[in-house]
Design a protein around this ligand. Structure first.
Ligand SMILES: *[C@@H]1O[C@H](CO)[C@@H](O)[C@H](O)[C@H]1NC(C)=O
Ligand SMILES: *[C@@H]1O[C@H](CO)[C@@H](O)[C@H](O)[C@H]1NC(C)=O
Ligand SMILES: *[C@@H]1O[C@H](CO)[C@@H](O)[C@H](O)[C@H]1NC(C)=O
Ligand SMILES: *[C@@H]1O[C@H](CO)[C@@H](O)[C@H](O)[C@H]1NC(C)=O
Ligand SMILES: *[C@@H]1O[C@H](CO)[C@@H](O)[C@H](O)[C@H]1NC(C)=O
Length: 889
């Protein structure tokens, strides 16, 4: 659960002032007064509310809206009396209820604060049976926004804690569930009354396990002027150390508020007497789209306290316009806590907070480890709470690094996207050393001391269970053991057990309870307050118990009567002793114990364990496993590897081991394989017998490998801005929504392109999202791909080569991954009609834990049945064939 209500503005996000520039065409530069002309927009305080209905944890991603059974919120009216079935309410029915909510006006912005409660429901009794799951529900609120003007007015709508809305005929899924405010929705309000429907989803993780379980959410409209077309919303800059930026990258998020496409041509930074071009790649923005622009500063430039960024952009007429934004820079001393910037693997600029080690007793030649501090949910890495976590320990001999994970929710709970951010933050320390000219001790980052609180504690389990060879030690404070056991997944819609199992398999890489084997062999410290009512101490007790059962005696400190967080949580006496003990050890070779086990979920995040790297599983339907025993055989070190569901693996020679194998025995094969100091790779033959992998070029399009591994969230491993391809006006709106969601939830960048440029998009070097409506989906790059759309039918090639054909029907839609060269992926988002496309588009990653597998074909009933309305779903195996445990008609 997040810590406190997060309503504060990030300390370094400067609300950009629009300024008059001496150069440039003045009619395109606005003064502040012009933007707040009289506001004709009014959100009415009266709302018709329908609810509560049940919803499972993170289930809304699958649709699962009971009102859809009655035709959908757009087709029912509060004026027509009627009852709606709901298992949460008395008589199993709910009715419309008229409510009044507070509205307010400030700076020309109108807002409404929703406060939903359903006092007739016996929540407390339900909680006794179903726990926190019973405090989650959904409801709809229908209201109106009046445009008192005589012409249409374009407004930005901010949707705090809201996942889904309708504005007239425009549907929005994604919204802003955690209230980040990064990317509003641009809408056109007609003169007169505009209908708005808001789907409110209560989530215990973000809204609390409190009684009564109310929903608080907000809607805010911000009128936008015709001019200028481009506004900046968020600036990220590194700190200035000795007059220079301490790292090279900056970022400014811009929004296209025009009704036409615009191109940003360049960004010039002006400070004092100097100016330089900091971005010169053409960046296109669709109407309403927001994108973070990457700025690269020359390391040698000196900067004053403020900086003016001047953007040059054009609309379709190609006339160049300039607009300037002022931003304040923040100085820091070299040895103090400071904001560093770096590139996330997706190419977006990210930042982290770095506290260099003390220099008093250290020499330049000394290499000190990194203490990676993973923050909890709702915690801003640059906010007061995270900034002071290590104040008590100024002399800790370590680089203390607090990454963001690219949002206060670390994007996806420190998984695929947030985990990459943490790793790239560590890799940025040498760049900081280089650009600041730091003279103190250098950095040792082969192994990392990982620590985290709450969601960050869970992230610490993720780091340690996926990259055991990179962990010096793990300190987990008030951490939860997995998403599924935090707020239980009961109260989801019913479905065939195989469908449930597929969702669970998709989340198996986040289930630390079943990955404990990987946590044996390095020091672990757990700390939990006995009175923690946010993450119950059960989570730490459970992990401690499971660890003991696999032979890892993790240190466990349960602090009597302490709650979830208290000042000094990360620097308690026992925590400090743990850090110091680990930071003092010299970083020698690792000695492998006489036996170990390696559990391998289907994920590219899995690193080596004692040098063993699993490249491919036999099937993605279950975990892989390897049990290794080590013995001396004629003075040679012999490893016996017993495998389950492993198809291909290698030994990574860069992992330095004191007792690396000279020989390996695999499963029941009678002969040994000699292994030298180099890499050794093994693969199963057609007849299922292990042999050396002699193919140097097995990583072809037809072999699923590298970043392609994982469930649908593997699409997040893009090595550049996502290319989002659309083929019509209808699909353009879904493309803009996809782009907005990637920015809102991940801080990710997307380039939207028309389908006429599909081939170029495939060659761009990034992952591609292809949005298609009706009966055409471009052929897969891989010949014989098992999902095809041909003449009004979908063909699925089952694992037994049977060809299944599905007739296209109203409301059908689907998503599926396809391979692209260079470990890249394409995600097809397809709908037979707009209803189906909307269903499919929800499954593009936003909030984590929803469990999307590699492919899903949804039928019309998924609108209210959620995953229970899937016609087909499952996984692609190592050869991109549909796996045996998939759900097929
Ligand atoms: C439930 O139904 C009964 C009988 O129809 C009715 O008297 C009662 O008012 C209903 N209760 C609620 C809360 O709607
Ligand atoms: C409306 O605002 C008033 C004053 O701020 C507050 O006392 C009241 O609780 C609010 N009502 C609702 C329903 O939010
Ligand atoms: C709003 O809803 C009402 C009632 O359903 C409908 O008559 C009206 O046309 C809608 N207005 C707009 C702008 O869609
Ligand atoms: C440096 O070492 C001396 C002697 O061991 C010790 O007293 C002192 O506290 C150390 N200073 C720092 C900043 O660690
Ligand atoms: C250090 O920075 C300089 C220029 O600023 C660059 O040429 C050099 O490659 C950098 N070295 C490292 C190790 O990053």
């Amino acid at each position: 659960m997040k810590l406190g209500q997060l309503r504060r503005v990030l300390s370094f996000v400067i609300p950009c002032q629009l300024i008059r520039l001496s150069a440039g065409t003045s009619q395109n530069v606005l003064s502040v007064e012009d933007t707040v002309s009289q506001n004709p927009i009014i959100i009415l305080p009266f709302w018709d509310v329908l609810g509560p209905f049940r919803i499972g944890t993170r289930e809304a991603v699958w649709g699962a809206d009971p009102v859809e059974f009655y035709g959908g919120i757009q087709n029912i009216s509060p004026n027509e009396p009627g009852c709606f079935r709901s298992p949460l309410a008395r008589n199993a029915t709910v009715q419309w209820d008229r409510k009044e909510y507070n509205t307010s006006t400030s700076n020309g912005e109108q807002s409404v604060d929703f406060l939903l409660d359903f006092i007739d429901v016996d929540w407390e009794f339900a909680q006794k049976i179903y726990g926190w799951s019973a405090f989650q529900y959904q409801a709809w609120a229908k209201g109106e926004i009046l445009n008192q003007g005589v012409v249409s007015q374009r407004v930005n709508i901010f949707t705090d804690n809201i996942l889904e809305i309708w504005i007239n005929d425009m549907h929005v899924f994604g919204g802003d569930f955690f209230g980040f405010g990064r990317a509003p929705v641009l809408v056109e309000l007609l003169p007169g009354a505009n209908n708005i429907s808001v789907r409110l989803v209560r989530e215990v993780r973000s809204m609390g396990g409190i009684f009564p379980p109310t929903i608080q959410a907000g809607l805010r409209t911000q009128p936008i002027p015709e001019q200028p077309a481009v506004v900046a919303r968020r600036v990220v800059m590194p700190n200035v150390v000795n007059g220079k930026f301490c790292t090279r990258y900056g970022s400014i998020t811009v929004q296209n508020q025009a009704a036409t496409w615009i191109s940003v041509h360049q960004v010039v930074a002006i400070s004092g007497q100097s100016s330089c071009i900091v971005a010169n790649q053409r960046v296109r923005l669709a109407p309403g789209q927001s994108r973070p622009l990457k700025l690269i500063f020359d390391a040698a430039s000196r900067w004053d306290e403020s900086l003016k960024l001047v953007l040059t952009y054009s609309r379709q007429d190609s006339i160049l316009h300039d607009i300037g934004f002022d931003t304040q820079l923040e100085p820091a001393s070299m040895s103090s806590l400071q904001r560093i910037t770096f590139l996330h693997p997706s190419g977006s600029v990210s930042y982290a907070l770095l506290k260099p080690p003390p220099t008093a007793n250290a020499t330049k030649n000394e290499r000190l480890p990194v203490l990676l501090n993973l923050h909890g949910a709702g915690v801003e890495a640059d906010g007061p709470l995270a900034r002071h976590m290590f104040d008590d320990t100024p002399y800790l001999p370590a680089w203390i690094l607090t990454p963001t994970g690219m949002s206060p929710w670390s994007s996806d709970d420190w998984h695929t996207w947030g985990f990459a951010d943490a790793q790239y933050a560590v890799a940025a320390i040498p760049d900081w050393i280089n650009s600041t000219g730091w003279n103190g001790p250098s950095v040792y980052s082969d192994k990392i001391l990982v620590a985290g609180h709450s969601n960050g504690g869970q992230g610490t389990w993720y780091f340690a269970s996926h990259q055991p060879d990179r962990v010096l030690g793990a300190a987990v404070a008030s951490g939860y053991s997995s998403i599924e056991s935090y707020v239980p997944y009961i109260l989801w819609n019913e479905a065939d057990p195989l469908r449930d199992a597929i969702l669970q398999t998709s989340r198996s890489s986040f289930r630390h309870e079943i990955l404990t084997d990987n946590l044996v062999g390095f020091p672990i410290f757990q700390q939990h307050g006995s009175a923690d009512d946010n993450v119950p101490p059960y989570h730490s007790r459970l992990m401690n118990t499971l660890l003991a059962q696999v032979g890892e005696m993790a240190e466990y400190s349960e602090m009597l009567d302490k709650g979830h967080w208290f000042d000094g949580s990360m620097t308690t006496k026992s925590m400090l002793e743990f850090y110091l003990r680990l930071l003092k050890v010299c970083h020698s070779e690792t000695t492998v114990p006489t036996s170990f086990t390696f559990v391998v979920p289907n994920s590219h995040d899995m690193g080596p364990r004692y040098g063993v790297v699993v490249d491919q599983l036999s099937t993605p339907d279950r975990l892989g496993k390897m049990r290794v025993t080590i013995q001396l055989h004629d003075s040679l070190v012999q490893w016996h590897l017993r495998t389950e569901n492993i198809y291909r693996f290698h030994l990574d020679p860069s992992v330095r081991l004191a007792n690396a194998p000279n020989q390996v025995l695999i499963d029941d094969l009678p002969h040994v394989f000699d292994v030298g100091p180099g890499a050794a790779s093994f693969v199963k033959s057609v007849s299922n017998v292990w042999g050396r992998d002699v193919a140097l070029d097995w990583k072809t399009l037809g072999e699923r490998h590298g970043r392609q591994r994982g469930a649908l969230d593997a699409i997040l491993r893009s090595t550049g801005p996502f290319e989002v391809v659309y083929d019509s006006d209808e699909t353009l709106s879904i493309a803009v929504q996809t782009s907005r969601n990637f920015l809102q939830y991940f801080g990710g960048d997307t380039n939207i392109v028309a389908s006429s440029r599909y081939e170029q998009a495939l060659d761009k070097g990034a992952n591609v999202i292809t949005i298609c409506l009706r009966t055409f989906v471009p052929d897969a790059s891989l010949p014989g791909f098992p999902i095809r759309l041909v003449s009004e039918q979908i063909f699925l090639t089952a694992p037994d080569s049977r060809l299944i054909s599905l007739h296209l029907e109203e409301g059908m839609g689907g998503v599926w991954l396809r391979p692209l060269p260079g470990e890249r992926l394409e995600l097809v988002v397809w709908g037979f009609d707009e209803v189906g496309l909307r269903q499919a588009a929800r499954l593009v990653p936003t909030i984590t834990g929803a469990g999307q597998p590699d492919f899903v074909i949804l039928g019309n009933e998924a609108r209210w049945k959620g995953h229970g309305g899937a016609i087909a779903m499952g996984f692609f195996d190592r050869n991109w064939k549909i796996s045996f445990a998939s759900y097929l008609p």
